[in-house]
Each structure stands twice: as structure tokens, then as C-alpha cells.
Design a protein around this ligand. Sequence first.
Ligand code: ADP
Ligand code: MG
Length: 483
Amino acid sequence: MSYTIEGNTGTWEIVVGLEVHAQVISKSKLFSGASTLFGGEPNSHVSLIDAGFPGMLPVINQACVEQAVRTGLGLKARINLESRFDRKNYFYADLPTGYQISQFEHPIIGTGVVQIELSDGSTRDIGITRLHLEQDAGKLMHDQDPKRSFVDLNRAGVALMEIVSEPDIRSPEEAGAYVRKLRQILRYLGTCDGNMEEGSMRADVNVSVRKSASEPFRTRCEIKNVNSIRFVMQAIEIEAARQIEIWESGGEVDQETRLFDPHKGETRSLRSKEDAHDYRYFPDPDLLPLVVEQAWVDELERGLPELPDDKRDRFIKQYGIPRYDASVLVAEQAIADYYEEVAKGRDARLAANWVTGDLFGALNRTGRSIQDSPISAQALGGMLDLMADKTINGKIAKEVFEDMLETGDSAADIVERKGLKQVTDTGAIDAAVADVLARNADKVEEYRGGKDRLFGFFVGQVMKAMAGKANPAIVNEALKKVL
Ligand code: ADP
Ligand code: MG
């Protein structure tokens, strides 16, 4: 289903392309040996290279190149065996060299694709234009002193991957799904932690609108540095509305760089869009072309983990679970691992229901992630085993589960402690059945007179008499026999 906006002059379509900056997971920076650790004392992770001292020479960090190539493979993208670094020249106080080393004409990764899943169950392919490596800048601190600003260069020189999408995105929902999917892939690969709150992933959002899908693209605006998925979606909606109003009142949208203000719910102009020539890009004379071997790329490809789409498809096939459940279970590697440990050798559908239902419910209630789940995968598996061998029934399992959450005890211990073992002793069940029938002679009469739905009532009464512990199948049998 396509997403459109009703204006005064008709229907509009949104066109979006995203540039995502993802901080590379590596011990040291892109061109220096300084640490990339987050949260150190200001200026404690700064080498002379990062500080832009004259005469210092950058040396490429192979670990960062490896991460970029692995990410490219994860995006099913073309790996360029030869790429180059350029200087992007501009002045700002957080950039001591006066230029950022980036890749302009020859990025390390070329075109690729990311498949997104939408809430109606449909999927779409979003094209990746390129991925290139570049340096991050430092950080200005304006809140330390009333009169002066300071600069912290800990982040200066840290490797970023800029991942540019084609203008293939057509709605806020698709943009959200795209960023989520990208983050999921990067996390699986271990190439970026994807923490948008800490700034290790941020998006520049390019937005334009047009009257119909057959019309050429119109002028876009770029909203810089959006730092959450919710804000990406909001910014698109708000910016599209602004542009539609301009076009409909006979104006022209100017190509410019804008900022999103989530408090005011508006985007505002930062500067008119700069062009490539404003940056005087030129090949960095301190760096050789970056050449990687196909054999090395192949080796990295062999070492890739199973990625979310493949894992989802395998779960559907191997465990016979619905696509939706499989998608939920592969959202994070840790969740998928947990599920597989529970499902292994057990009823995999039942395992999926317990993990996505009761367990996720409990984790949400207590604001925990799967890593600090009070019930381990082994413990949950142990409970399923007790259901499988009929020690407990489904109803008692709910009670056992709640107890496991609270006490951390094993299901077996809880069943023992509370005496919850299912009663399969037909003598005891027959006695309870006889008692229930004796106490409800009138209902027995009605049932025998043809009121079939009363059967459930008798089951309920017998279960109640046996504190929920009777084996439901045996209760059914026993009732059928005497009714
Ligand atoms: P620049 O390098 O000047 O930022 P690019 O052509 O590389 O420009 O595009 C940057 C981003 O803008 C890409 O993600 C691209 O998909 C997106 N984009 C390009 N044209 C449009 C458009 N008309 N509407 C929306 N997004 C666009
Ligand atoms: Mg750009």
C-alpha cells in the first residue's frame, strides 16, 4: 500500500534518501593508534595526528577497513578492491586539521541492497548507493564556562562509515524500518553498536515531495544529524508538510540544509546547501590508494555470521514457526540464540510462544533485556520439558513461570515445593468427577437433556476441585465415561 499525503491541490508522494553515519567498532582510530573508548576524560584519547600537528603522517587502520568490507558484504554490496581517500576542506573549531579525510570519488563499497519489512507484512528493497570510510570530528563544549567554549578531541579521527541510500524510501514508516534494519545488520556483524542515544549512529535525512510517481524528483532538503528512529520519522512528516505548503502556494523549495527541532516540531534552515566544489576535495597526498585483495574479501565473507534475513528464513523452515514470530525472534542475535537454546530438541512452536509471549511480556514489564532475563534459556527449556512429559499442564505452567520470574528457582524445584505435579491417577480423578456430579445433579440432568455446552462447566469444576493439577485429557475421558 502506498503512502500519500492529501494537499489542497491533490495527492503528494514523499521521496526520501538517508545518509547514515555509523561509528566503526574498533580499538583505535582510523588513522592513529589513539583509543576510541567512549566516556574518557576530555582530550585523553588524542594522538598528535588527531590533533593535527604539522608533519604527522596518517596510517590506515586495517581493522577499520576490515569492518567496512564486512559491512559491505552484509549489505550485499560491491566491494571496490581499490579506493581512495580525499581531503574535504572546511574550517570549524572541532576540526584541528582544517580538513576531514573522507572518500569522495572512489568509496570502498559500491551499490548494495537492504530489504525492509513493513507492518502489513510486505517487504521492499532499498538500494544502497555506497558506503565510504571517513573521520569523525571532535566535540565542542559550550556548557563548561560562561564566556568560553572548549573542545574535546577524543572523538576526532574515530572511523565512521557513511552509508548512503538511494532515494527509494517512500514513507516515514519505510524510513524507520530502513534504519532499524540497517542497525540490526550492523549489530549482527559487530561493526557498529548502533546506539543512537550515544551518537554512534546518526542520520542525515533527505526529503522531497512530488505529485506522482511518474514525475521527476523535485528539490530536496537535507535534515542533519537526526539521532533517533522516532525523530527520523517525525522529521520526514513535518518537512514533507512544509514543502507541500510551499509548492501549493506557488513557491519553490530551496535546496538547503535544515535542523529538526523535536520540541517545537519543526525543521529550520541551517544553511543553503553547499556543493562538492565548496569543499575543494582533492586526493590526500599523505595516503596511498587503498588496495584490498579479493582473496582477503572472500576470507572475510566466509567468516560472516548468519545475518537476520537468513536466520529468519531458517527459523521459519527449521522450526515451523510463522514469519512474524521468526522476525521478532531474530530482532537481536541474543534473542535468537536464546530461542534456539529453548527450542533445541523441544516443541519449537510452543517454545516460540513462550519466548515471544510470556517471556517478552515479563521482560517489558520489568524493563529488562534478554541478557538479564531472570529466567535462563535452560530454565525455560526445563519447564517445557515438564510440560512435555506431562508433569504439569499448561495452566500450572503459567503459575510455575511466574514463580520462576520471582525466585529464579528451577521449574522442577517449584513443582516439588508447591506440590504442583499433575494428577494422572485415575482413581483420584474419578472420585473428583463423582463428587462434582453428585453436587450438581440439576446440571447433570440438563446435560443429559441435550445441553452439550455444560461439558466445559464440569471440566472446570473437576479441575477446580483438584486445584488445577489434574491432567485435562484424563478428566475429559473420565467425564465422558460417566455422563
Ligand atoms: P550529496 O552528496 O550532495 O549529499 P547525493 O546525490 O549524494 O548528494 O545524495 C545524498 C542523499 O540524498 C542520498 O541518500 C540520496 O538518495 C538522497 N536524494 C537525492 N535526491 C533526492 C531527492 N530528490 N529527494 C530525496 N532524497 C534525495
Ligand atoms: Mg551528502
